[in-house]
Design a protein around this ligand. Structure first.
Ligand code: ZN
Ligand code: ZN
Length: 358
């Protein structure tokens, strides 16, 4: 991983904003910038970066942290970083406004001298992270491949009477056995009328003998997340269910086709939403079309209505329209895509035709 290159990009961005340093507290950002994977650490990103952690992580920090001096601090990394700002004569210091609590902010203020101006900043490192470098794309590919290999075994555990939670447990066991570091979010297995819940995490409900099952899951590998959804049908799907499935699939394919560098996130959302509108299903499509994926499961850009973010090569996004008929059933289909120089590459290799499990 090119940590020094990333730190340079951030430094240039801070310079552009006339900021002397950024106190990086959001752990995925810390990891992205210097390689530290532990649960407590703060990076003071400035001309000469300093990484602060506590005694539990001295060995791990020495092994992992690149491009920053390591300081083992007693009173916690944030206080130590604030104190360092005074010593280093930094005057305009940015903080990650989306990730500091009120009490953390007040203790930072106490440690910083009057001469230091605190600047609440939002999404600075996240914006840099939107474009994945080659090493990141490789890790994401590996995560997507591993999770895709688990799809067939997952289908084998879907039988009427089996609890959603049991099918999820088996999937998660197989994921860890196959080398996943964990799941990238709580596994969604939503069957029967629960499939109408866009976020129906696996419950104690038993799978019915007939009906849709929404399967939305992902794993973490090398720190990077995967995310995919398939919806299958237990028993033969009646005509109405087939129509719903076909409309969502058409919407998903339209969303994918709209992905190219230069298009806005809103354009892609519009393309997917239009198909469901024509099928008079748009009022059942209650979430956005997709999101960025990387070190975190949900990252910018958000592929939502009117979002003006311009897609650029190297972005990794999901396309995941769905339609959810309250109390009845729902369908969602989700792939991960890489935005390329000329268009897109669908990373998820799992087929999308309707699967009926007998
Ligand atoms: Zn998903
Ligand atoms: Zn997703």
């Amino acid at each position: 991983m090119d940590f020094l290159g990333r730190q340079k990009v951030l430094r240039d961005e801070l310079e552009r904003r006339k900021v002397d340093a950024l106190i990086v507290t959001h752990l995925p950002n810390v990891r992205y910038l210097c390689g530290f994977t532990g649960s407590a650490g703060v990076l003071l990103a400035t001309a000469r970066p300093v990484f602060f952690t506590d005694g539990r992580y001295s060995e791990q920090a020495a092994a992992q942290v690149k491009g920053a001096r390591i300081v083992i601090a007693k009173g916690g990394g944030q206080v130590a970083a604030a104190k360092a700002c005074g010593r280093l004569h930094l005057r305009r210091v940015g903080i990650e406004a989306d990730y500091l609590t009120v009490s953390q902010l007040s203790s930072l203020r106490q440690e910083l001298g009057k001469e230091v101006k605190l600047l609440p900043l939002s999404g600075v490192v996240e914006h840099i992270r939107e474009i994945k470098d080659a090493a990141e794309v490789e890790l994401i590919r590996s995560a997507v491949e591993l999770s895709s290999r688990l799809f067939r075994p997952l289908l084998r555990s879907l039988r009427p009477g089996v609890k959603e939670s049991k099918a999820a447990a088996r999937l998660e066991f197989l994921a860890r056995q196959a080398g996943a570091e964990g799941m990238s979010f709580e596994t969604i297995i939503a069957s029967g009328n629960r499939s109408a819940l866009p976020h129906g995490v696996a419950s104690n409900a038993a799978l019915p003998s007939e009906g849709f099952v929404v399967l939305d899951y992902g794993i973490v590998l090398g720190g990077y997340c995967s995310d995919m959804t398939r919806t299958v049908h237990l028993g033969r799907a009646p005509a109405k269910a087939r129509e719903l499935y076909a409309a969502v699939l058409e919407s998903q394919l339209a969303g994918i086709s709209a992905v190219r560098p230069g298009a806005t996130a809103g354009d892609v959302d519009h393309a997917a939403r239009q198909v469901l509108k024509r099928a008079k299903l748009d009022r059942f499509f209650t979430h956005s079309t997709g999101h960025g994926v990387g070190l975190e499961i949900h990252e910018p850009p958000r592929l939502a209505a009117k979002n003006q973010t311009v897609l650029r090569p190297g972005m990794v996004i999901t396309i995941e329209p769905g339609a959810y008929i309250p109390g009845e059933c729902g369908v969602r289909i989700e792939d991960m895509l890489l935005v390329t120089g000329t268009g897109y590459e669908v990373l998820t290799p799992v087929a999308k035709g309707l699967i009926e499990l007998s």
